[in-house]
Design a protein around this ligand. Sequence first.
Ligand SMILES: [Zn+2]
Length: 224
Amino acid sequence: MIEVSHIPTKPALESLVREALFRQMGRRLPAVAAPVLVVNSSARHMHISPENLETLFGAGAQLTVHKWLYQEGQFASQQTVTLVGPRRRIIPNLRILGPCRSLTQIELATTDAVQLGIELPVRMSGDIDGTPGGYVMGPKGMLEMKNGIIRAARHVHMSPSDAQFYSVKHLDCVTLKVTADGCTTRFDDLIVRVDPAFKLEVHIDTDEANACNLDRAEKVEILK
Ligand SMILES: [Zn+2]
């Protein structure tokens, strides 16, 4: 869109001239610069409903911020719990992410599931029917989860303009390619999640991050 309500600034004018020249030459403008792709690993964590938070931390309990995360408004809270699996194997210091949600859910990596002794299904966040449950211990009480323990399906958060850049839509699957120390790892089935509130960010779990040596990655790409 060309704004005519004011005199264009010098850079805007230059870009208009450039567009006109390209049009005259019958060529398309060079592609816009790629958005910055951030890849982060999600360590095991818990999402919790306000009611379940009160069960574990007492009446009127609130989550408090330990560290802000990359997505706007999301944070690792100061609150941690202990997850007890079958045969009394435990995962201590399981951190709760805030803010509270309507659904209580725990996201683990495969190594955590082995330690706990449970079968871990891969699910999209929120899709917890038929998933294993467990007992969660907090400082003020214990919570029995009937279900809700999952390995979160690897995914990429995108705004609509990022989705346009990659020519993908909500729930499409793409591939993440990570190059570290000259060694390439590809993760297929990376689910695209589009929301106007999202910043461009891939979430993989800690096992996946270790497998591709994410900490030493020199290049990360999304392939269709
Ligand atoms: Zn995510």
